[in-house]
Design a protein around this ligand. Sequence first.
Ligand SMILES: [Zn+2]
Ligand SMILES: [Zn+2]
Length: 263
Amino acid sequence: MIVEQIWTANAGRNFNYLVACGETGEALAIDPLDHQKCLAAAKAKGWTITQILNTHEHHDHTGGNQQVIAATGAKLSAHVNAKDKISGMDRGLKAGDVIRVGKTVELECLDTPGHTMSHICVRSHGDTPALFCGDTLFNAGAGNCHNGGHPNELYNTFVTQLAKLPEGTLIYPGHDYIARNLGFTLDREPDNAKAREMLPEVDKQDTAKALVTTLALEREINTFFRLTSPSVIRRLREAFPDLPDHPDPKTVFLRLRELRNKW
Ligand SMILES: [Zn+2]
Ligand SMILES: [Zn+2]
């Protein structure tokens, strides 16, 4: 499996992806908003885009579909429940479905509600496990729930699915928000040494060659995976004096999500 992360340089800081089979040169385009960059990247690599995956129905993920389809004839897949929201879907995906690309790439679909209620993440198994997570999980952060989502569902997705992936899983999110998210981590957990060390580096990173994190690193720097950290809970109590002595992880997650909405 070959992964090309495409920096769109747009105001939304979107990342698009090409996932290719090294044997056949067939490629899957994930959320190819910047269709020109995606088509140009495929051409430069000698790849043929045969499929498109939309992780969810928001326009900044679906907005390049028709141009890529017009140029390549690619087949479009997305969550089965997105069929009334995304035009031209060829395949409706459910949990456990597999997307095959060429001979060597197999991506398993995870049904990951929260950011929206029809959101798919896909994971690859094999030597280098990877997760393409759209707007569910970001580097050092979590998706918002303002446009068709629910924080309760996002919490469930985090604990029952994302947190159970192999520690070495590479994380490929739909946007570059890492610097801002590390700022939130430090606001919530000022003694997080790893986040403090990383912030100046990612702040000036070349986004065309962005840092790719792992789940293990996310557990260190992503507040939404640090729900039992004593300093996270201590700081949270400053914002919410009614917080119980030993808040359950779901309460912590929901309060953090609430604070992040206004931060
Ligand atoms: Zn979205
Ligand atoms: Zn988005």
